[in-house]
Design a protein around this ligand. Structure first.
Ligand code: MF3
Ligand code: CO
Ligand code: CO
Length: 296
């Protein structure tokens, strides 16, 4: 028998079913499969759906399409382009890939992709804004392919970046890399947040708190929430089969934000630059696998 973090359970250890009894007084000798137990435990205790191999393959396929879309967007990005042009491109490529764009009409969101420029932290609505030389722009895509969701974003430079743009994008990249490195069975959600926060604040930047990573795969936003700040060892233990995003939003100035009149666009209160990278991560027996992999 293995416990919820994949380690061997002794007869006198607490039972992995969460009963609080010793293993020998509880599930030892019962004929339930360990995998089945872990699935039921995470569902009952945390409302987390551990993905099956079939679901993981579906999310991986959606992830491949999402990365293809981001690559095509990157090729097109240039000064003079409207953010609405990115929406048209993402919409078309999503449909061509046999998928639908999850953002469109999600809780009233009016477009197929989030496009967040400079001081926009996230949830920017593509429209008439024109990209200018030196801007940074985050493009966040989530196709639904055969019912499976993959959520991924990158921040791109428009033309040649200035020093502030270079710095915030570099720190945001580092933060996602550090967050991903903290993913392994037995670590916790808090370990991820701690790693990201240390990386950002250690480089003099700040972490947005109002938006968090999230379970993903069979729905757009599933449990658990994955804050990009926190303490080591706190929160839910990571278990094989968990799929969630890590998507730190990092500000060059203070972490405070406000939401524009459109009820979506989140911007830095101090007007400083904000950057974000996001991937969809699977917890494996050995560690992790990105289902939307790109180099960081
Ligand atoms: N893709 C975003 C995320 O990373 C969610 C966007 S919700 C939308 O969770 F409605 F704005 F699209
Ligand atoms: Co996300
Ligand atoms: Co996203």
């Amino acid at each position: 028998m293995k416990n919820r973090i994949g380690l061997k359970v002794g007869r006198n250890d607490p039972c992995p079913c969460g009963s609080g009894l010793k293993y020998k007084k509880c599930c030892l000798g019962r004929e339930r499969q360990p995998e089945q137990d872990l699935q039921s435990l995470y569902l009952r205790r945390y409302k987390i759906h551990l993905k099956t191999p079939r679901e993981i393959e579906g999310i991986r396929k959606a992830g491949r399409l999402a990365l293809h879309i981001l690559d095509r967007v990157e090729q097109e990005i240039a000064p003079g382009m409207k953010t609405g042009d990115i929406d048209l491109l993402v919409h078309r490529l999503t449909l061509e890939g046999g998928a639908t764009p999850a953002p469109l009409h999600y809780r009233g969101f009016p477009k197929s992709v989030c496009v967040s420029v400079n001081e926009v932290i996230c949830h920017g609505i593509p429209g008439e804004r024109i990209l200018e030389e030196g801007d940074i722009v985050n493009v966040d895509v989530t196709p639904i392919l055969d019912g499976f969701y993959a959520d991924v974003s990158k921040t791109f430079f428009v033309g040649t970046p200035g020093p502030d743009a270079l710095r915030i994008v570099s720190v945001a990249r580092d933060c996602l890399r550090e967050g991903i490195s903290a993913v392994r069975p037995g670590n916790t959600v808090g370990d991820i947040g701690w790693a990201v926060q240390r990386c950002a604040e250690g480089q003099g930047c700040s972490v947005v708190r109002e938006f968090v990573g999230h379970g993903v795969g069979c729905d757009f936003h599933e449990p658990p929430q994955v804050p990009h700040y926190g303490r080591k060892g706190e929160g839910i233990p990571l278990a094989p089969g968990m799929v969630f995003t890590i998507e730190p939003m990092i500000n060059l100035g203070k972490r405070d934000l406000y939401i524009l009149e459109d009820n979506w666009t989140a911007v830095t209160r101090d007007g400083s630059l904000s950057a974000q990278f996001e991937q969809t991560i699977l917890v494996t027996e050995k560690g992790r696998e990105s289902l939307t992999p790109y180099d960081l």
